[in-house]
Design a protein around this ligand. Structure first.
Ligand code: PHE
Length: 468
């Protein structure tokens, strides 16, 4: 791919497979594993899935295509990309650049939790003293999350790993890692699914997830379902967040954009459904009630592994390793999204960007914020809380996922000229088969949906109950 290596010195994806793995890796994250299965089950089951798919096609696909096109056309990270359109849009770029930085602070903490849990299950497998040792999962979780030294250390390990990969560059670090990690994640997921769906009583979990419940749509219920599905889709596809723009800017011009914008959401949704097959049957088979978030991942599921007998720790190790992979392929994307902005700034000043130095400095800033969020111990350590939330994670998530992301994507749908997207989608004589569909959705459906997502997020974060 040497001949494609462009003037910007930031790097480029070397193969289509590598790009797809990196982009799918950014999309597949904690959102798929701890959010989607529960949201689907609690909001209409199969009916939710249908609506979700409609949203993915009408909104996810079009915003994904727009962001990839914007990145590739300008060759810039999010701030430079919006600036290329007009100086007055720089603020959209900055908004989208702050969000990943915020998200990294709690994503790193959670990534650290995954490392701790993978190691603890491994410890149990060998009967080591650093395992869980039959301790109650809730107690184990509480003890760990309030152990400030340990949580900070594990968060820092996660940040350091993220920094090492991103320092390696686009093809030498991100792509190389994702091309191995994502297939590994897939295999681990299949192994855990096979165990989960063959447990006695697993069918109840399948019914929870898949049984269509149209009553969820009754009255104004459909608005709530729509906003839950919209918010989930949006976070899960890593949209409105600098990432797909940066990744698009590293994509060689001979790659078909339309195709990528279809495959990434498809793969992301597939993994989300598979995550449900891996978790929900096991939860129900063990007689627990499903939930979402850290409680599902680190308490309920650990209890499930504890109750599996001899092979429990092995499946626990597999499971937390796969969650770790999902988290780190998202965190490297988040870091690259902001690193691209800093590299652009250096280039603007006429300098050759020093990737390693930029990534290290950003990494240090994230190490600080991640340590702070870890100290909060998910609200258990008695620190003051903000914006009516019960943990620092939630407060930061409110700003990033609740406000900055949907606003960013809404602006993206409104300000990016469709001619730019058309130009990128038809390079090298490619046919833009969905052009009419795209033009319609980006003008009418996506902006309306984004506003609904924004309202829905506000509603759920502040518990207003507007849509219930
Ligand atoms: N898509 C990731 C997930 O589902 C989260 C994420 C959001 C990653 C935004 C990068 C950017 O967990």
């Amino acid at each position: 791919m040497e001949q494609l290596n462009h003037e910007n010195h930031k790097g480029q994806f070397g193969s289509r497979f590598g790009f797809m793995m990196a982009a799918i890796g950014s999309a597949v994250g904690l959102g798929n594993l701890w959010g989607f299965p529960y949201k689907m089950g609690a909001n209409g089951g199969f009916a939710f899935l249908l609506l979700y798919l409609v949203l993915v096609v009408f909104v996810g696909f079009v915003i994904m295509l727009t962001e990839l096109a914007l990145g590739r056309k300008t060759g810039k990270g999010v701030v430079g990309a919006y600036e290329s359109l007009s100086k007055k849009y720089a603020f959209i770029g900055w908004m989208e650049a702050i969000a990943p930085w915020l998200i990294l602070s709690f994503y790193s903490m959670l990534g650290g939790y995954c490392i701790k849990y993978a190691l603890s299950n491994l410890g149990d497998l060998f009967g080591a003293s650093w395992g869980i040792g039959g301790m109650d999962s809730g107690e184990f979780f509480g003890e760990f999350t309030t152990n400030m030294v340990q949580t900070v250390i594990f968060s820092l390990i996660f940040v350091i790993l993220t920094v090492i990969i991103v320092r390696g560059g686009v093809s030498g670090g991100i792509e190389k890692f994702s091309a191995v990690a994502m297939p590994a994640l897939f295999i681990l997921l299949v192994i855990v699914i096979i165990r989960s769906v063959t447990l006695p009583g697993a069918s109840e979990g399948l019914a929870f997830m898949f049984k269509p419940d149209w009553s969820a749509f009754e009255g104004t219920g459909w608005i709530k379902v729509l906003s839950v599905a919209g918010g989930q889709m949006f976070f899960s596809l890593s949209l409105g967040m600098a990432i797909m723009i940066a990744y698009g800017s590293y994509l060689p011009k001979d790659q078909n954009l339309e195709n990528s914008a279809l495959v990434i959401p498809f793969a992301d949704t597939l993994v989300a459904i598979m995550a449900g097959l891996a978790t929900m049957p096991a939860v129900f088979a063990s007689g627990f009630q499903p939930g979402q978030g850290p409680g599902l991942l680190f308490i309920t599921l650990q209890t499930v592994f504890n109750s599996m007998g001899g092979f429990g720790p092995l499946f626990g190790f597999f499971f937390y390793s796969l969650v770790f992979i999902a988290a780190i392929t998202s965190s490297i994307a988040l870091l690259e999204g902001i690193a691209a902005v800093a590299m652009d700034k250096a280039i603007e000043k006429g300098k050759k960007p020093n990737r390693k130095k930029i990534v290290t400095i950003l990494g240090i800033s994230i190490a600080i914020t991640a340590s702070l969020v870890s100290l909060d111990g998910l609200g258990a350590n008695g620190f003051p809380q903000f914006f009516g939330q019960s943990t620092w994670l939630d407060a930061i998530d409110l700003i990033a996922e609740g406000i900055l992301m949907p606003l960013g994507a809404c602006y993206c749908a409104i300000v990016i000229p469709t001619s730019w997207v058309n130009e990128e989608a038809t390079l090298n004589g490619a046919q833009f088969r969905t052009k009419t569909f795209y033009d319609f959705c980006i003008k009418f459906i996506a902006p309306v949906m984004m506003v609904m997502v924004l309202l829905g997020q506000m509603d759920s974060f502040f518990g207003l109950g507007m849509f219930s």
